[in-house]
Design a protein around this ligand. Structure first.
Ligand SMILES: Cc1cc2nc3c(=O)[nH]c(=O)nc-3n(C[C@H](O)[C@H](O)[C@H](O)COP(=O)(O)O)c2cc1C
Length: 177
């Protein structure tokens, strides 16, 4: 499948079939994230993985806000996404860290799509509870919960609502909004 086909197919399903996933199911997604580029090659992404059936699954799930808990409970795995805010080479702030993490997660989601899985990010979760659960050091920022799983039978993806190209790509001198 071409990259554009994968990007069109990937969607946020808000529904999973409740089956469990294994590390092997997730392997290509993590490899795609690992190979992603980042400022100073700092590789700011950190992931905590809980497979369905593991104790950590409910612990991560319970940090989700109610509206996300409703569909996330049927995921096959939940990946907690974090960002390191420190440039390892200098000890200074990595101002591009979130962009790097986003690129890694984007690659991961396309690899999951290619593997026939569905995934969905959720920024709606209790960051303080997540931090406390994992006893995170200060330089690690909770970013999102990424639910991964298989789609329920008969699932129909919703239509993609997007801005047009002219709303997002400009020339110098344009009235950029
Ligand atoms: C970083 C991030 C956080 C998101 N957080 C939530 C969320 O908390 N709850 C939710 O229902 N959807 C969440 N979404 C899903 C978006 O609403 C969805 O990606 C967007 O509507 C586009 O739809 P699509 O992913 O199906 O193409 C999030 C997406 C991203 C990338």
């Amino acid at each position: 499948m071409s990259l554009l086909d994968l990007a069109s197919k990937r969607h946020s399903p808000r529904a999973f079939d409740g089956s469990a996933l294994t590390w092997e199911d997730l392997a290509n997604g993590f490899e795609a994230a690992r190979l992603s580029s980042s400022s100073y090659n700092n590789q700011p992404w950190r992931f905590v993985v809980a497979l369905r059936g593991e104790e950590g699954f409910d612990a991560l799930l319970n940090t989700a806000v109610d509206a996300n808990h409703t569909w996330m409970k049927d995921a096959g795995a939940i990946v907690g996404v974090m960002s390191s805010t420190v440039l390892e080479k200098t000890g200074e702030t990595d101002h591009a860290a979130l962009l790097g993490v986003g690129m890694a997660v984007g690659a991961m989601e396309l690899a999951f799509t290619e593997a026939g899985l569905a995934s969905m990010q959720a920024g709606g979760f209790d960051r303080a509870a997540f931090r406390a659960l994992l006893d995170l050091p200060d330089h690690l920022l909770p970013v999102s919960l990424l639910a991964v799983g298989r789609l329920p039978e008969g699932h129909v993806p919703g239509a993609k609502t997007r801005k047009s190209l002219s709303d997002i790509a400009f020339r110098v001198g344009d009235d950029i909004r």
